[in-house]
Ligand binder design. Sequence first.
Ligand code: MN
Ligand code: MN
Length: 418
Amino acid sequence: MTDLSRRKMLVGAAASAAALGVAATAKAATFGNPDNPAEGAINAKSPTSLDDPGPKNPGLASQFPDTGNPPPTDVNGMAEFWASFNNAPKRIQDGGWARQVTQEDFAISTEISGVNMRLAKNGIRELHWHQQAEWAVMTDGKCRITIIDELGRPQVADVKAGDLWYFPPGLPHSLQGIGPTGAEFVIAFDNGMASEFNTLLLTDWIAHTPPEILSANFGVPADAFKNIPLNNLWIFQGKDPGPLAADQAAVKSPLGPPTFPFVFSLSDLPPVRKTAGGMVQIADSRNFRASSTVAAALVTVKPGGMRELHWHPNADEWQYYISGEGRMTVFDTGPRAITNDFRAGDIGYVKKSLGHYVQNTGNTDLVFMEIFRSDHYAEVSLSDWLTHTPPQMVMEHLNITPDVLAKFPRNRPDIVPV
Ligand code: MN
Ligand code: MN
């Protein structure tokens, strides 16, 4: 079978199908990889090659049509780039819960660690800090954030679904669910090893400082601290914090507020691209000035649409799927190419500069976020590159005709169809 590459088989199949007319469409869709090994069901000629009698979980298998039956263009040998909050263990306390997917759980995810947190009405994520920057997107309800910068300039703000926050490394902060339903959000730390279960907590420090030191530090008798919690709170049920304006007045510093706000409204932004297939909104340090190490794009792909073939030259991409259904193929050297399926609550990861697309495979809008450890969003579009390269060179590479090349989108659509 060594002389029968997948391409020969596929092109041959397509050519004979073309002669037969209507069957051509299905066969043409399998144009594929010219390289060995001859992978894919299309190469499985023996009658029992495709049998799969072993133990299986039908519910789980049905969620992953593209791993159970990969497109013939896939070639294995790539690290897993699918993960999910859906099956991440929840740490539940009075006041809310959190679950996370870190590099320890998801080896490929070296640049970003993800946390999904829910805070009950008035539930508090206790005052804390950590070595990593914290970026977050609100997905439900309302949350009140507090933070102070290294110059002593505080900010208290309320955020709603579609808003972001960015807390620089080491700056102390808190979160509280407010309004009738509290808050849910997803945090991205700019380090794959960061853990929400391993942060520097106010209550831990106070409980592990000698009482006479607390007395000297705060200028009050040591027994003023006799009721401190001996175990940390992490998440706990708080009381209604009252109006935002009152909190803002209470924290006021003569130094004023931070130079750039630590919160930003992403979903209210005008899209940077809008096509028949969907739209892209981008928040990075060029508009969300405080967000110096995380850039984000909110992508909406309509049914039948696709986030076009592209890559990112500056950073790995950490994806968080918010709604809908999609599939992504990641292309690497080798060549290797793997396709996987994504639903709400899932996470995808694409290493820097590896090619990929994301196709809406459902009947509703596919909405997901692309998160990067970078101060700016950057991408290279395949169609943009090929339409701004001397045409003869492109045609000689792909054996295509001028009229085909002339139809390629020239304006970086981001989402197709244009
Ligand atoms: Mn934090
Ligand atoms: Mn991308």
